[in-house]
Write a protein that binds this ligand. Structure first.
Ligand code: SF4
Ligand code: SF4
Length: 252
């Protein structure tokens, strides 16, 4: 028998027999696949209340688990089926915090396309609700700072450093932070694009546009990536800006 949303069942709870003989009678068939039961008794009902009390989380009560949101979610369909908005909502409503925590590594993957919200027949603001679930989890210390937030910080620091978006520094500095070995220029100690390790996806992503660029544009880009032109008088301005951002709590 097919198991819908099989990713939700731990592999060790799925029992499959090649042959099934009961009381001497061979009853082998599709039903040879059995899901072992489990017992859960540590529901955290305060968790659900906290989500419902948040202005963005209120609509979670409307969900009737039809799964339209999951069926339309590109992250679920094309990236990782463990990312399942319907299931996260289900777990949050029941207060099954341990189960949410098991999925903490994929829960931040929403790409904010709003397909789920658009398709939901019950008017659940799915994306917002999922963000509230993450916020409550973070508040309770159940989830680490998720990578997109780490990227936001790195992005802000890069803009603060140069007074502009430095594509090369941003991309290859971030790649270095992911553990790839990059080569740095001897003066500024900044990563030199495409020298050292480069993830395969980035090579594939860049080859086609680079081929279609004219040589003058390529040279200009390479020069900017290597020498990081700075905004005039930026050093003075950035200190003021950094201080203001710190006071406003925007750099935490
Ligand atoms: S589409 Fe709406 S009602 Fe259906 S499972 Fe998703 S959130 Fe719930
Ligand atoms: S907004 Fe997020 S959860 Fe909703 S469909 Fe898009 S990726 Fe999936």
């Amino acid at each position: 028998m097919a198991i819908h949303e099989r990713s939700l069942v731990e592999p060790e709870r799925i029992l499959r027999k090649d042959r099934l003989v009961i009381d001497g009678v061979d009853v082998s068939g599709d039903w040879n696949l059995i899901i072992l039961p489990r017992v859960i008794d540590d529901y955290d009902l305060d968790f659900a209340k906290e989500v419902m009390n948040a202005p963005d989380g209120k609509t979670i009560v409307n969900c009737y688990q039809c799964s339209y949101c999951t069926a339309s979610c590109p992250v679920h369909n094309y990236w990782d089926e463990r990312y399942n908005p319907r299931h996260f909502i289900y777990l949050a409503r029941l207060g099954m915090v341990d189960e949410l925590q098991k999925r903490a590594d994929v829960m931040w993957r929403c790409v904010s396309c709003h397909k789920c919200t658009h398709r939901c027949p019950k008017g659940v603001l799915v994306e917002e609700v999922l963000k509230v679930i993450l916020r409550v989890m973070a508040k309770k210390g159940l989830i680490d700072e998720y990578p997109s937030k780490k990227f936001d910080k790195f992005f802000t620091e890069t803009v603060l450093e140069y007074g502009r978006i430095e594509d090369g520094e941003l991309l290859f500095g971030w790649i270095e932070k992911q553990g790839y070995k990059v080569v740095k220029d001897p003066i500024l100690k900044k990563p030199i694009p495409f020298i050292g390790e480069t993830p395969e996806w980035l090579k594939q992503l860049t080859v086609k546009p680079i081929k279609s660029m004219n040589i003058g544009f390529l040279v200009l880009n390479a020069k900017h990536m290597l020498f990081h032109p700075r905004t005039k008088n930026w050093n003075r301005f950035k200190q003021v800006l950094r201080k203001v951002m710190q006071e406003e709590g925007a750099l935490t």
